[in-house]
Design a protein around this ligand. Structure first.
Ligand code: NG1
Ligand code: ZN
Length: 584
């Protein structure tokens, strides 16, 4: 398919006219691709190049589509088509990111980025699923159905679609498939090459705000973050117990590649020692390293020097998650996950707001996976309101936007802080207001600088690292002082494989299980046996499994509760394979 045309019956017929394609190619091929003659051939044969060869039903889940890279060619092509339709409907620039985040290298995935950096709107997720699964012969009808449903009349708009990819070898040809899909509907693909997921979100927002948010280039991204970071830090790089050195695990992915530029820009302000930076094609992406490994294994990644009490951090395969950790003098591993980053940010923001003395509501958003101790600390010690929403950053982001300043983090290290226009306007006027003291004016200025260190568009491992480093520096804290704020409850996350994960449905931000019948009652009667016990189950949106979470007062109890609940899931929700074992 290569060209769409309105017909008398009001439908858009997609026709394959070679002469037209070649002409369009010559006229429309974007600058970034002008020298790549191979695109011309692929473009002309796009639809024929990406037939749907698999029978399995794919679902646009928590983070878009994710599966074996070899099954994704047609999905990518079709997401290129969908992105153009979405861009025409929204009359805005849309992004397409090719990545499977923390998954192993043979996997890949794709997600669409909406105009203000949000994840694709939920009602369009169903369209994405439909596009991915429809048989080849019905693709054209499905496109027409969508055009009709949303009354998209501007089918000739040459909308821009920003395409980014991670370092997986498969990402190269998959991104080509996306661009062919974009070209097929006469959209304009802009190839950003290898970038982090949050960088792509940033570029989309820059474009859609007419560059108000920043320059839509990698250079613009680094400049914005590092200028603000250096300004905030001033000339004293280490102070109190804070030392400006961090050991960084790049997960052998894009986070390693990109931090090199950051290091150059930061120079001596922050000394980032990078490890796990073998990138494209090494087969080591996320292997025994990266944020997901560290969070789920609660241990040091491979390839990092273990230095006592030294701050370390790991990012994931597309650099939108970060966790910190350290090893103490007794060789005990300490994890500082997303909950810790959220509480650090919220407590610091609260202090600054007190200094400024203006009325802005600050709120924190978590999911049910947040450690119960962090929720208690935030609500009772920090007195910051906490909301709990369903898993997936789109839910957190959405809720965070309801506050003047919304801090949101998933426990796995994915999150950011968002500031409303009201908050930004109030801060700007506070810097100039005669009714503000010099101290208040300075505090407002500092907060405005801090906002520029943060990537508000989506969770960003690199920007979050700079935020954490800034706050620790400002407080003069080492990592154990950060940890001392509260004590995590021991917890365990398990997976159970069942015949059909959709038999489990939930409510109340996934904390209560509605079906199958009797499972929630069974969980309740297990939980009451444990001091500080809490447990919930939900179907994963990225893997074909059920996730079981449990926490309790001791490690032994948390492990036992998790295993008991996992066994109940296995028994009542159609478990397959070996039954989970409950430790005695
Ligand atoms: P699923 O597989 O739906 O649990 C996982 C994470 C989410 C989110 C997505 C996207 C956990 C328990 N779940 O989702 O928080 O980050 O991946 O990457 O960490
Ligand atoms: Zn990720």
């Amino acid at each position: 398919m290569t060209h769409s045309k309105e017909t008398a019956d009001g439908k858009v017929r997609v026709k394959f006219k070679r002469w037209y394609i070649l002409l369009l190619n010559l006229l429309l091929i974007p600058d970034s691709m002008a020298n790549n003659s191979s695109y011309r051939t692929v473009y002309a044969f796009a639809r024929e190049m990406y037939p749907r060869n698999i029978k399995a039903h794919l679902q646009y889940g928590t983070a878009g589509f994710r599966t074996k890279a070899t099954d994704l060619d047609h999905v990518m092509y079709r997401m290129g088509l969908l992105a153009v339709l979405r861009a025409r409907y929204k009359k805005a620039v849309i992004g397409v990111m090719i990545t499977a985040s923390h998954n192993p290298e043979p996997d890949n995935g794709v997600k669409l980025v909406d105009p203000f950096g949000e994840m694709l709107e939920q009602s369009w997720e169903a369209w994405a699923t439909k596009f991915a699964n429809v048989v080849d012969d019905k693709l054209e009808d499905t496109i027409n159905e969508l055009i009709k449903e949303y009354n998209i009349t501007n089918m000739n708009d040459r909308v821009e679609i920003l395409v980014g990819k991670d370092t997986r070898p498969s990402s190269i040809h998959l991104s080509k498939a996306v661009m062919d899909g974009v070209l097929a509907l006469s959209g304009k693909p802009i190839d950003y090459g290898i970038v982090t997921t949050p960088q792509l979100h940033y570029f989309v927002v820059c474009k859609n705000t007419n560059r108000l948010y920043g320059q839509p280039t990698e250079e613009g991204y680094y400049r914005k973050l590092t200028n603000a970071f250096k300004k905030y830090r001033g000339s004293v790089f280490s102070q109190g117990n804070y030392v400006n050195r961090v050991i960084y695990d790049g997960a052998n992915g894009v986070g390693a590649k990109k931090v090199k530029y950051l290091k150059e820009a930061l120079q001596d302000t922050l000394l980032i020692e990078m490890y796990n930076d073998e990138i494209i094609g090494s087969g080591k992406l996320n292997h025994l390293c990266g944020a997901d490994y560290v969070k789920s294994q609660q241990s040091f990644p491979t390839g990092l020097p273990v230095e006592t009490n030294v701050r370390c951090c790991s990012v994931d395969g597309d650099a939108d998650r970060i966790v910190y950790y350290y090893m103490d003098e007794n060789n005990k591993f300490h994890l500082m996950d997303g909950d810790r980053i959220a509480t650090l940010a919220a407590s610091y923001l609260k202090e600054i707001l007190l200094d400024i003395g203006i009325d802005l509501n600050l709120g924190l958003v978590q999911t049910a996976y947040a450690n119960g101790a962090s929720t208690e600390y935030i609500s009772t010690k920090l007195n910051v309101p906490v909301a709990c929403v369903s898993t997936g950053v789109k839910h957190l982001h959405h809720k965070a936007l309801t506050y003047d300043i919304g801090v949101y983090f998933e426990a796995n290290g994915h999150g950011t802080v968002v500031f409303s226009n009201n908050a930004k306007e109030k801060l700007i006027s506070a810097t100039e207001s005669d009714s503000c003291t010099e101290k208040q004016k300075q505090a407002s200025k500092r907060l405005l600088t801090l906002i520029d260190i943060i990537n508000e568009t989506v969770g960003d491992a690199i920007a979050d690292m700079l935020l954490v480093e800034t706050i620790l520096h400002a407080k003069g804290w080492n990592i154990s002082q950060w940890e001392a704020c509260y004590t995590d409850l021991p917890n365990r996350l398990l997976k159970v494989t069942v015949k059909d994960r959709n038999v489990i449905t939930t409510t109340d931000a996934e904390r209560i299980c509605v079906t199958p019948n009797g499972l929630q009652d069974a969980i309740n009667s297990l939980v009451v046996k444990y001091d500080k016990g809490r447990s919930f189950v939900r179907p994963s949106g990225t893997e074909d499994i059920i996730r079981v979470y449990a926490e309790a007062a001791t490690r032994k109890e948390a492990d036992k509760l998790a295993a008991e609940v996992a066994l109940k899931v296995y028994e009542l929700a159609g478990g397959i394979g070996t039954a989970p074992e409950v430790p005695q």
